[in-house]
Design a protein around this ligand. Structure first.
Ligand code: ADP
Length: 499
């Protein structure tokens, strides 16, 4: 053996120490032995060196064996301690084993010593290796725990036979509980699920997933204070050799923020749609009023003329009735117009950037699948504009939708949205690389019912211009240098409202 075995010998007798040392060497061990016989010698010896083995006599006058043992154990858990004693009762031996002695050898039977040492050294090496593995495992579990916690993800495992659940990660965060909370089993978990989602989630967790082996689900969690949170979870079934489902492994994550944002977008969309219908109604009412008022006015004039040549009171009474109906028609149309026109704008200072972002979020949902690239440029320094948020979004959505549609089939498909300060306010421009405005609609682009699309209404741009003008702003279109179209929407800045 090249490296000597460091052996610490707890022994008061120098003669016995030498005897043991000689015995070890004689039996082929390269050893470096040191004798200690009291607590202070033991203490400093333990600090001085890395020991491989302790051989201890039980009866050392200046060192109570149990004290020495406790000290050694406190310094090194894997250091084998072999007791060499004259004689030892069975009871005492059991007691000392409990205290941490590894093995016993009787002084009278020293022949057993070297095999005992070799066995215990092997055991010690094994313990150390196991401890290192456990430590590495613990460290990797800790890393996993930290990663899951940082990502807000819970990893879970459900035993389908017993219903037991094992969870790692920030369970308490997902379920609004105090730190360290875990669900012991499926039933406790299901109690956290919102009653409306309960049955569906129960089926998911029964292992009867159907044809596929994995599932994804979004469900609500009901917290003890009545708040609702959303979670998404995905799981996959693990089967035994016979193909029977035994476990489900899965991960879960809180998606409450995403759900709230979706709901807000949905509400905004609904408001937009309402507002859009009203704007269209206003446009249509104006056109109908114009188209109907003229013939009704003419009819009234003819009626007036006819009256002069009729004296029959019965015919005159019929004329009166016709006149009353025509007057009613005019009044009805006026009322519809007034209703549509009198919509009050809800004007507030709005950030241009968020107006653009929100409109893009709705209007450009399919840009990527249509291979349309989009860039936006809106400096943070821009003043806010005075706007009815929903209505301005309606204009912007209309402009970006028109741009996306114009780019259909174009070789280069790009939309650039930018905002800048101009003399009359803040200008938001939407530029595309499409074919440009068709010649035959160029002069009446903002006139209602102008469209080149088979399914178009031709009301988008006329409504948008009306809204822009109602804001004290403007909407115009021009050719983009290099091809395509630029629409420019100008809105009054915040300061001008206070001027
Ligand atoms: P619709 O989209 O229903 O046709 P609009 O009033 O929004 O109604 O648009 C009117 C017309 O203006 C469109 O049919 C199209 O011919 C033209 N147009 C609008 N935007 C663009 C654009 N970005 N590029 C080319 N033509 C456009």
């Amino acid at each position: 053996m090249d490296t000597p075995l460091n052996v610490l010998i707890v022994e008061d007798s120098q003669a016995d120490f030498l005897l043991v040392e000689r015995h070890l060497r004689k039996n082929g061990l390269t050893v470096d032995c040191l004798r200690v016989s009291d607590l202070s010698e033991l203490t400093s010896a333990l600090s001085d060196k890395d020991w491989h083995l302790v051989l201890a006599d039980y009866n050392v006058p200046r060192l109570r064996f149990e004290d020495g043992l406790a000290l050694i154990k406190s310094r090194s858990r894997d250091l084998p301690i072999v007791l060499i004693s004259g004689s030892l009762g069975e009871e005492k031996a059991v007691e000392l084993l409990k205290l941490g002695v590894w093995d016993f050898v009787l002084k009278a039977n020293l022949a057993r010593l070297v095999p005992a040492i070799e066995r215990n050294l092997r055991d010690a090496a094994e313990y150390r290796a196991r401890r290192l593995t456990e430590q590495a495992l613990q460290e990797s579990e800790e890393r996993l725990r930290q990663t899951l916690e940082a990502a807000g993800v819970v990893a879970w495992e459900l035993n389908l036979a017993t219903g037991e659940i094992r969870e790692s990660g920030p369970v308490w965060q997902l379920f609004g509980r105090s730190e360290g909370f875990h669900h012991p089993n499926r039933e406790t978990f299901l109690r956290s699920v919102h009653p409306d989602d309960h049955d569906r989630v129960r089926i998911r967790l029964s292992g009867k997933i159907g044809d596929g082996e994995t599932f994804n689900d979004e469900f609500r969690v009901l917290l003890s204070d009545g708040t609702i949170r959303w979670q998404t979870t995905s799981g996959s079934v693990v089967r035994d050799e016979a193909g029977q489902p035994v476990r489900i492994l899965g991960i879960a994550r809180d998606i409450t923020r995403r759900k709230l944002a979706e709901e807000a977008a949905h509400r905004a969309n609904a408001a937009l749609l309402r507002s859009s219908r009203l704007s269209v109604l206003g446009e249509v009412a104006t056109i109908i009023a114009h188209e109907v008022n003229q013939p009704v006015g003419a009819a009234k004039n003819y009626l007036q003329a006819a009256r002069c040549s009729v004296t029959d009171p019965r015919v005159l009474s019929i004329f009166d009735k016709v006149d009353a109906q025509l007057t009613r028609t005019v009044a009805t149309i006026r009322k519809v117009r007034e209703f549509a026109a009198n919509r009050t704008l809800e004007l507030r200072p709005e950030s241009v950037r968020s107006l653009i972002d929100e409109a893009c979020a709705i209007g450009l949902l399919d840009a990527a699948v249509r291979s349309v690239s989009v860039t936006t440029q809106a400096p943070d320094s821009l003043p806010r504009v005075i706007a009815d948020r929903v209505q301005i979004q309606q204009i912007l959505i209309n402009l970006v939708r028109n741009a996306v549609e114009a780019l259909e089939g174009a070789a280069q498909r790009h939309i650039h949205i930018s905002a800048d300060v101009v003399s009359s306010g803040v200008e938001i421009s939407v530029a595309d690389t499409g074919p440009g405005i068709a010649k035959d609609v160029r002069n009446r682009l903002f006139t209602a019912f102008t469209t080149t699309k088979t399914d178009g209404t031709g009301l988008g741009l006329s409504t948008s211009r009306s809204i822009a003008e109602a804001h004290g702003g403007s909407l115009a279109a021009e050719d983009r240098p290099g091809g395509g179209t630029v629409f420019r929407l100008v809105l009054p800045p915040e300061e001008s409202a206070h001027a």
